[in-house]
Design a protein around this ligand. Structure first.
Ligand SMILES: Nc1ncnc2c1ncn2[C@@H]1O[C@H](COP(=O)(O)OP(=O)(O)OP(=O)(O)O)[C@@H](O)[C@H]1O
Length: 230
């Protein structure tokens, strides 16, 4: 089952002489249970691709489908994202006045889940990624790596069918990074579709497929299981 489908997606930032063609006709499908890594040099369009996939940005041309839904026809993208898409931002975006657990609970509470249940869900996912002991700390009481874990927990909570992760291992040491990849892989094996931007071949090796972006175009696509034994 295809969870995410981009067809001939282009995104131009700005106009005229200063226009930047961030993506130029990218087509990509990610199925349930599939982990796709996106690699490519700085400025090749990786973050733009993730933003379009999650409905945080709209394409200049082409279409983005989440399941059967064409995102250009969705009025309440914020609600669709909260229910269907987990997003780990590069800059984390944790709310500083909320504890770790409250940050993880927030998207569920915004969707009408009662606090008690939202807290249970948050603790379950924090426990899964070995961060339950951080639940009552505020972001500025956490290390960079710990904040990263909380941001990942927030992306995993609820039944998100698509997870978008932009360098989720950025602030972590190798062991913690491997654990995050293990968590993403487990979510994937449980049926989620995952799109992961990474510069590190070590982490891309957890993917089923690696696509390479260059100058806003997919230049290569490799089936990882054929390239290496995980
Ligand atoms: N809002 C914007 N306005 C203008 N140009 C933009 C905007 N967002 C991205 N760009 C440009 O689009 C191109 C692709 O950027 P993008 O951030 O998608 O690349 P990236 O591969 O994620 O880079 P990095 O690895 O450095 O994060 C770059 O040339 C960038 O400068």
């Amino acid at each position: 089952m295809t969870v995410l489908r981009l067809a001939e997606v282009a995104r131009v930032h700005g106009e005229g002489a200063t226009a930047v063609h961030a993506l130029r006709g990218v087509s990509l499908e990610v199925g349930a249970g599939e982990l796709v890594a996106v690699m490519g040099p700085s400025g090749s369009g990786k973050s733009t691709l993730l933003n379009l996939a999650g409905g945080l940005d709209r394409p200049t041309s082409g279409t983005v489908h989440l399941g059967e839904q064409d995102l250009s026809t969705v009025r309440d993208l914020a609600s669709l994202r909260r229910r269907g898409v987990g997003y780990v931002f590069q800059d984390l975006n944790l709310i500083t006045s909320l504890t770790a657990a409250e940050n993880v609970m927030l998207p569920r509470e915004l969707d009408g889940v009662r606090s008690r249940l939202a807290r249970q869900e948050a603790m379950t996912v924090l426990t899964q990624i070995d961060a339950a002991h951080l639940a009552d700390r505020f972001p500025d009481e956490l290390s960079g790596g710990q904040r990263q874990r909380v941001a990942i927990a927030r992306a995993l909570v609820g039944e998100r069918r698509l997870l978008l992760a932009d360098e989720p291992t950025g602030a972590l040491d190798t062991r913690a990074g491997d654990e995050i990849l293990q968590t993403l892989r487990a979510r994937c094996d449980a049926g989620a579709a995952v799109l992961l931007v990474t510069h590190e071949p070590r982490y891309a090796a957890w993917a089923d497929r690696v696509v390479f972006l260059r100058d806003g175009m997919i230049t290569d696509s490799t089936d990882v299981s054929l390239a290496s034994a995980r």
